[in-house]
Design a protein around this ligand. Structure first.
Ligand code: FES
Length: 506
């Protein structure tokens, strides 16, 4: 642990913690523009400089690890002067177009300029000549507002694993762009829009819809893949105008995918069913909610009286919140008196759940969103998790960056195969043979505690079932070279902790 002080407050943090992170953990604000806790320190903007007693120079708090005994000061007249100069330099080319910029009101640069006072304007202003790139469907790039903090470039490549943006050019004319100035083609997660500290990257669907200060923010759960990400909706006069992720909010910790961020417009579709319909004489007729509820409860009563309570069933959905599904369950058990319930989620997962229950006595899944983060090895089976469950997929990428081994067995090229430690290119639909092969290698090479597994009920039959699955045979079935099957089995068995991850499609 490192003991030191920030503004005379005693701080104790783990070795290697930067001054900025230590300050954030202790509720101390240090201004910054190029920092994001999901990214490696960059040290580009120099707004986060701090003074250390007895040291002749200033330190960038975001990239300087705290040292024992240091007395750090974050707000002194000297620092205010330095920060004001940094802002002054940034404003040399940043246009003062806040009245027409969508970011106004939630622009970090604007806030800092306000906080540190009017710059003296000692430098000749020199506008960057870079026309806005509005060609993409969802994200608009206005390079002359860019302060080259590189956050968008880094979030896209380091965190999102996409690398669709780059800093192009050298010196003053440098701009953020896709390669060769092409139209931005990416995951459209919009994380770059969220992290941009100015109005250089903006959401096209939200453009000119409302000023930030007119928006009321409401949190809700994303209705798409079932990861349960928290969306922060910007609402004006009852209408949802945008969706964004907020740092540390929700189990997604502010990360969103394209569906969560841009996919909410379906709720305003003209073809959406907006009122209940009751079928009368073979045709659907619009009805009020009171009429519909009256009708449903009447029909339910009739069915209960004629066929009994158990004749009624209900289907929930993984797109609903847990609370919604819980209410449905309560309704079925306590009001209807029937235990006949299912969910669209069971189409894919019921068998897995049964197997988990049979093997480990687990009634729920044994993983959560953060599970990949502390695993030494992750095996992904025939699943394009970055598409089906994008935010969970981000945690697998994060685990890889933290040093986990990620083995992906898939016939396709996916984002995860590109970022994997090993891509086992297998024939489609051969996961079962592959897993049998892995288990056979593990048992044959005594890579597990044989005495312990032998006590599992049904173990002899299980082992017998694996007899045919030699690496040679599995290689024939799956197309994976024998040596890769063996080394994957060894890696899986030798990992201190491991996770197998699969989803729709396996
Ligand atoms: Fe430290 Fe930008 S936040 S240099």
């Amino acid at each position: 642990m490192v003991e030191f002080t920030i503004n005379d407050k005693q701080i104790s943090v783990e070795n290697g913690t930067t001054i900025l992170n230590a300050a954030r953990m202790n509720g101390i604000k240090i201004p910054n523009l190029c920092f994001d806790k999901r990214l490696r320190p960059y040290g580009g903007c120099r707004l986060c400089v701090v003074e250390v007693e007895g040291m002749p120079r200033l330190f960038a708090a975001c990239s300087t690890p705290a040292a024992p005994g240091w007395a750090v000061k974050t707000d002194t007249p000297k620092l205010r002067k330095v920060r004001q100069t940094v802002i002054e330099l940034l404003l040399v080319h940043h246009p003062l177009d806040c009245p027409v910029c969508d970011k106004a009101g939630e622009c970090d640069l604007q806030d800092l300029a306000y906080e540190y006072g009017k710059p003296e304007g000692r430098f000749i202003r020199h506008r960057k000549e870079a026309p806005p790139d509005v060609r993409g469907p969802l994200i608009e790039l206005t390079s002359n507002r860019c302060i080259l903090c590189g956050k968008c470039v880094r979030i896209c490549s380091e965190h999102q694993g996409r690398g669709a943006l780059g800093l192009i050019g050298r010196g003053f004319p440098t701009v953020v762009q896709p390669a060769f100035g092409e139209i931005l083609e990416c995951d459209y997660c919009g994380q770059c829009v969220d992290v941009c500290p100015t109005g250089a990257l903006l959401s096209k669907p939200f453009k000119f819809k409302a000023r930030a200060w007119f928006l009321e923010e409401k949190e809700t759960i994303c209705p798409f893949c079932g990861c349960g990400c928290t969306l922060t909706l910007g609402v004006r006069e009852g209408k949802i105008l945008r969706s964004r992720g907020k740092e540390d909010v929700g189990r997604n910790k502010g990360n969103l995918c394209g569906r969560g961020r841009f996919g909410f417009d379906f709720i305003y579709s003209d073809t959406r069913l907006k009122t209940p319909l009751i079928k009368k004489d073979g045709a659907f007729v619009p009805a009020t909610w009171d009429e519909a509820l009256e009708y449903i409860s009447g029909e339910l009563k009739k069915i209960i009286n004629t066929n009994g309570r158990e004749s009624i069933g209900a289907i929930g959905s993984h797109r609903c919140t847990n609370e919604d599904n819980f209410m449905l369950r309560k309704f079925m058990l306590n009001v209807i008196g029937s235990n006949n319930m299912d969910s669209s989620a069971s189409f894919g997962y019921a068998k897995v759940q049964k197997a988990l229950d049979a093997a480990f006595g687990l009634k729920t899944h044994s993983i959560n969103m953060d599970s990949p983060l502390d695993k030494d090895l992750i095996l992904v089976l025939e699943s394009d998790i970055s598409i089906t469950h994008p935010v969970f997929g981000l945690n697998i990428l994060q685990a890889k960056r933290n040093g986990s081994q990620v083995i992906v067995a898939d016939c396709r090229e996916t984002k995860l195969t590109r970022h994997s430690s090993k891509h086992l290119k297998m024939k489609e639909g051969t996961s079962t043979a592959f897993l049998n092969g892995i288990m056979k290698v593990v048992l044959d090479r005594e890579l597990c505690d044989r005495a312990a597994v032998s006590n599992i009920t049904g173990f002899p039959g299980f082992e017998q079932g694996l007899e045919d699955y030699t690496p040679a045979k599995v290689s024939l079935i799956t197309g994976i070279p024998e040596e890769d099957i063996i080394s994957a089995a060894e890696a899986i068995a030798n990992a201190r902790n491991r996770m197998i991850s699969f989803t729709l499609g396996v």
